[in-house]
Design a protein around this ligand. Structure first.
Ligand code: BGC
Length: 441
């Protein structure tokens, strides 16, 4: 058997990603808490992983002890600014303590300023539908960045604005639960403006900062290549989900299936691109789906599927995604800000992780500037409308006892982080079923 290692560049960031509402617990002052109380989710976030109660310490220990040198987490707007005219200095101090905690563990922080949840007072004022959100967001960003900049230089303004609008304004699964494509594109435009305001504010306060946003990029293929209808539906869905925000950042024109919005000030407002990649969609024309513009999507019949069939393991898709980003944003550093799979018994995660990292390694060897990888997630957390039915953590979580369960992937990822690469021994040990794919003889 060959002994070989695929090495990553020196200084590569190895971490995991989390988000405030999903791990903190007790976030009662935001739109998600209300959405949960109104019965729209499979269970409620409750105490989550109890980070607000202090359990971030033990989880950061776990991350550091297993070789991770970075962590991405988000700060919760509704805690920092509970009403339009008040700041909660104690909450801000807690975030400073978390950041000191990362520093003490020699871990680089990547902080997201918005990850799906909005303060209730923001939602009551129309949320991101209302252009007033831009000065609101700007004010909050200035306050928190000024307070935390001593410990952070890598910022993510908004996580997955495309998922926020598609889930909240088209599918209706996220608050506010609307189904209005036209409105979703207005919301997206305001998110672009909010991002631009944040980008400029952060650079004013911290010239050396590196600021980006994180996109959920979803490669898509038509189910039948020769079918013009499948191809048309694929293009509409692809452009609707993927292209609005990125086009605004690259050209100053936000392109949507409903027409363009000029936002010239958006052009060039990123220092790195944050890529969240999970899977590839197959799209087809479906006469029975008038609500979805006669289209439908799924995965190939023979796909390697996750526990709840939420994710198909399609590692080549991350290579395609990096290539797409490299072409759209030439010479811009790329950080994989999320990648992972729901898998409570860890039967699939080891191969999913190794196969995706192998594809990232291929991309790095084309000299495409991938600078880091943040696995989603460190510990099981509240999966939005899907509640606790999906388990994305390296560590499992027993909700009744708050006990962490060490999944085999913990040790695999630790070996990868410490080696700064993937070795044939690791693949043999943790996922021999894909050995021939990674190290073909
Ligand atoms: C989101 C995370 C989420 C993950 C897995 C991403 O779309 O940014 O918050 O938990 O997917 O579903």
């Amino acid at each position: 058997m060959p002994q070989a290692t695929y090495h990553f560049p020196k200084g590569f960031l190895w971490g995991t990603a989390t988000a405030s509402h999903q791990v903190e617990g007790g976030n009662t002052n935001n739109n998600w808490w209300k959405w949960e109380q109104d019965g729209h989710t499979d269970g409620t976030s409750g105490l989550a992983a109890d980070w607000w109660g202090g359990r971030w310490r033990e989880d950061f220990d776990r991350a550091a002890e297993t070789g991770q040198n970075a962590h991405r987490f988000s700060v919760e707007w509704s805690r920092i600014q509970p009403t339009p005219d008040t700041w909660d200095e104690e909450a801000i101090e807690k975030y400073r303590a978390m950041l000191r905690g990362l520093k003490e563990r020699n871990m680089t922080a990547l902080v997201s300023l918005h990850h799906f949840s909005d303060p209730l007072w923001v939602s009551e004022r129309g949320g991101w539908e209302n252009e007033d959100i831009v000065p609101f967001f700007d004010k909050y960003v200035r306050k928190i960045v000024d307070a935390l900049k001593e410990y952070v230089s890598l910022w993510c303004t908004i996580n997955e604005p495309n998922v926020y609008v598609m889930s909240g304004y088209v599918a209706g699964a996220f608050p506010p639960g609307k189904k209005d494509f036209k409105l979703s594109m207005r919301v997206l435009g305001n998110m672009v403006r909010g991002h631009v305001a944040a980008y400029r504010a952060i650079h004013e306060l911290q010239p050396e900062a590196r600021v980006g946003y994180a996109l959920h990029y979803r490669p898509m293929v038509p189910r039948t290549n020769w079918s013009p209808l499948d191809r048309l539906m694929r293009n509409i869905r692809y452009n609707g989900l993927n292209m609005g925000f990125p086009s605004a950042i690259s050209t100053g024109v936000m392109k949507t299936p409903l027409g363009n919005q000029n936002i010239p000030e958006a052009k060039g407002t990123q220092d790195y691109f944050g890529l969240n990649y999970y899977s590839v969609d197959t799209v087809w024309f479906d006469i029975t789906k008038p609500d979805e513009l006669f289209s439908n999507s799924g995965y190939p019949k023979d796909a390697d599927m996750s526990a709840n069939k939420f994710i198909a393991n399609i590692p080549e898709g991350i290579f395609t995604s990096i290539k797409w980003a490299e072409r759209l944003y030439p010479h811009t550093p790329i950080i994989i800000t999320e990648n992972g799979v729901e898998d409570s018994d860890d039967h699939m995660r080891p191969r999913y992780m190794v196969q995706h990292l192998h594809q990232i390694w291929r991309a790095v060897n084309f000299n495409w500037p991938v600078k880091g990888y943040f696995h989603w997630s460190l510990v099981d957390n509240f999966e939005w409308e899907r509640g606790w039915t999906q388990r994305f953590g390296l560590w499992g979580l027993d909700l009744d006892t708050q006990k962490r369960i060490r999944r085999p992937s913990v040790d695999l990822y630790a070996e990868i982080c410490k080696e700064n690469g993937i070795s044939s021994e690791m693949v043999q040990k943790y996922c021999p079923e894909v050995f021939d794919k990674i190290f073909p003889s």
